[in-house]
Design a protein around this ligand. Structure first.
Ligand code: PGA
Length: 255
């Protein structure tokens, strides 16, 4: 039985004041919810503050990025060991915004995956096709290529204690989510693709859906058998909306 994970990706949003308020509200809203793992990934600058405010609670700390190097002359970067040191657990890599704006390649992202595993952190590997790729019928080829970058450098066991987030690029921040059936078909493809190398790993790996998840569409997405929670952007910035999504995941997977 897989335990769902709902993770908030705050992206480039936040302030010391917002971290205080939002985490306090989230702790209140989620204090009695069981059956779903929860994490938030505030901007890097606020990770340490967030970690202190999450202390003793059930919400885990995540981060939005990591460098491939552990130390040295790499201006502006943050290492896996630093993230581990300040208490982060789940680290998002390969987000489409980083693939697009920072030209991150599959190979570079696979390297980050290895660095995180080495540091004992949990990679949240984002994969997904663009609108053009979707329309050209290339969705499966794209996600297979993105997965193979990791599977060919490490192996399927690297996905033990790792998370995959299927995020169709055309659904991110657009208000246009994939339908539950569309998402389920790709999630099943992803699980089957990993199963070709390791059935046990494929069965237990958490595959989140991401892309315009909100209070209205979350419950139905989570009823799909291969959707194990969500990576939530916009809706994670409001405690009540994020709590509804977490509760929907807990409820759907309990049933
Ligand atoms: P969104 O973002 O929920 O705002 O679409 C999801 C993501 O980018 O992880």
């Amino acid at each position: 039985m897989r335990h769902p994970l709902v993770m908030g990706n705050w992206k480039l949003n936040g302030s010391t004041h917002m971290v205080i308020e939002l985490i306090a509200d989230l702790r209140k809203e989620l204090s009695t919810v069981t059956g779903c793992n929860v994490a938030i990934a505030p901007p890097e600058l606020y990770l340490d503050q967030a970690n202190h405010q999450l202390a003793g609670g059930r919400i885990a700390l995540g981060a939005q990025n990591v460098d491939v190097n552990l130390s040295g002359a790499y201006t502006g970067e943050t290492s896996a060991t630093m993230l581990k040191d300040i208490g982060a657990k789940y680290i998002i890599i390969g987000h489409s915004e980083r693939r697009t704006y920072h030209k991150e390649s599959d190979a570079f992202i696979a390297k980050k995956f290895g660095v995180l595993k080495e540091a004992g952190l949990i990679p949240v590997l984002c994969i997904g096709e663009t609108e053009a790729e979707n329309e050209a019928g290339e969705t499966e080829a794209v996600v297979a290529r993105q997965l193979d970058a990791v599977l060919s450098t490490l192996d399927a066991t690297a996905f033990n204690d790792a998370v995959i987030a299927y995020e169709p690029v055309w659904a991110i921040s657009t208000g246009k989510s994939a339908t539950p059936a569309q998402a389920q078909a790709v999630h099943k493809f992803i699980r089957d693709h990993i199963a070709k190398q390791d059935k046990v790993v494929a069965k237990q790996v958490i595959i989140q859906y991401g892309g315009s998840v909100n209070t209205a569409n979350a419950a139905e997405l989570f009823t799909q058998p291969d959707i194990d929670g969500a990576l939530v952007g916009g809706a994670s910035l409001k405690a009540d909306a994020f709590a509804v999504i977490v509760k929907a995941a807990a409820e759907a997977k309990r049933a």
